[in-house]
Design a protein around this ligand. Structure first.
Ligand SMILES: [Fe+2]
Length: 349
């Protein structure tokens, strides 16, 4: 069996594969590491055939939907998953065939209603049902401490003690554990009765994961994260550095149009000398009047360099093939000590 563990900020993804047939599956991939998974698969001579999420993640951005589009392979999740892009809805006791490997599905609700553990060749991928020395939390949407207790004690912990545990999260750098080690050492499993376990889970008082709303929005809908929107836009536009812009503005008359897409009050307080003003929110509707010549060389700027990237990508989409974005924003321009102009008229300088 080919096995790769990819760790990213506490999140763990796994690439597994059959060395006889070169068929692989990717478990719990994260959106920021798509190229890494593909590179690992290529290095190992694997063709990824399934993209599997063990559950609806609230704390990382799943890559299954995006990778499914790129690879033309199905996304597999438990049938209780709310995500509309799931191609294969799995149920307890079913199997995915990955070459000579058999990926067995155990429905283990508790951390979420759609949580499942995957048993493969003496290993169990536990998602957030069982972690090393801990369990998944049960205070996020569809979490249920009572159900988690049943899943753990009536299913997962009854596996052979030798079975290797690969969780979806590990914050202390440990690579794996075993069912036997967890039964012996995991403090969460020592709570006694189910009622005591539920009481303990209720009183964990964990802070909310960062980006929980965005993670649930994107993982449940297949929509894009803000970072993805920016990455996609940045891949379609060239950038210009602050220093190069300074050189160009110092050189005086040149063909470059600096377009400031911030709100009016920000523009009026301080803008790059000579910059024209067209707020991002009105860009598409006013562009024909403000910028009638699509061959113009336009440098788009905003406060931090993010909105300008989106605006430059929009301009390129609209036919402004020489639109570029400032690498940085007016804030960085000010802080670098470059000159700024003010305007009280509200009219472009
Ligand atoms: Fe989770």
């Amino acid at each position: 069996m080919i096995f790769e563990r990819v760790t990213a900020g506490g999140c763990q993804s796994y690439l597994i594969g059959c060395d006889e047939t070169s068929i692989g599956a990717l478990i719990d991939p994260e959106i920021g590491h798509m190229d890494r998974y593909l590179a690992l698969a290529a290095r190992d001579g694997l063709r990824i055939r399934y993209l599997i999420d063990t559950h609806t993640h609230a704390d990382h951005f799943s890559a299954t939907h995006e990778m499914a589009k790129r690879l033309s392979v199905p996304v597999a999740m438990h049938r209780a998953s709310p995500a509309p892009f799931v191609d294969m809805r799995l149920d307890d006791g079913e199997m995915l065939i990955v070459g000579r490997l058999r990926v067995e599905v155990m429905h283990t609700p508790g951390h979420t209603q759609d949580s499942m553990c995957l048993l493969v060749d003496g290993r169990v991928f536990t998602g957030d049902t069982l972690l090393i020395g801990a369990t998944g939390r049960t205070d996020l949407p569809t979490g249920d401490a009572d159900a988690l207790h049943r899943s753990l004690f009536e299913r997962v912990l009854r596996l052979d003690p030798q079975v290797i545990v690969h969780p979806a999260h590990e914050y202390k750098g440990r690579s794996h554990s075993t069912i036997g080690e967890e039964i012996a050492n995991n403090p969460r499993l020592k709570a006694g009765t189910r009622a005591e376990f539920v009481e303990m889970m209720r009183n964990l008082n964990l802070s909310m994961p960062t980006h929980v709303t965005e993670a649930l929005r994107t993982n449940m809908s297949g929509g894009k994260t803000v970072a993805q929107m920016l990455t996609d836009a940045a891949a379609r536009v060239p950038f210009m550095s602050l220093d190069e812009l300074r050189r160009q503005t110092d050189a005086g008359a040149n063909e470059l149009i600096v377009l400031d897409v911030r709100e009016r009050d920000q523009y009026e307080q301080a803008h790059i000398p000579g910059a024209r003003h067209l707020p991002r929110g009105q860009l598409e509707l006013r562009v024909n009047d403000e910028l009638p010549d699509p061959t113009l060389r336009i440098l788009v700027c905003c406060e931090f360099g993010r909105v300008s990237t989106l605006a430059a990508a929009t301009l390129r989409e609209m036919g402004f093939q020489r639109a570029v974005a400032l690498d940085g924003g007016v804030k960085a321009w000010r802080e670098a000590g470059h000159p700024v102009a003010r305007s009280s008229t509200g009219r472009p300088a």
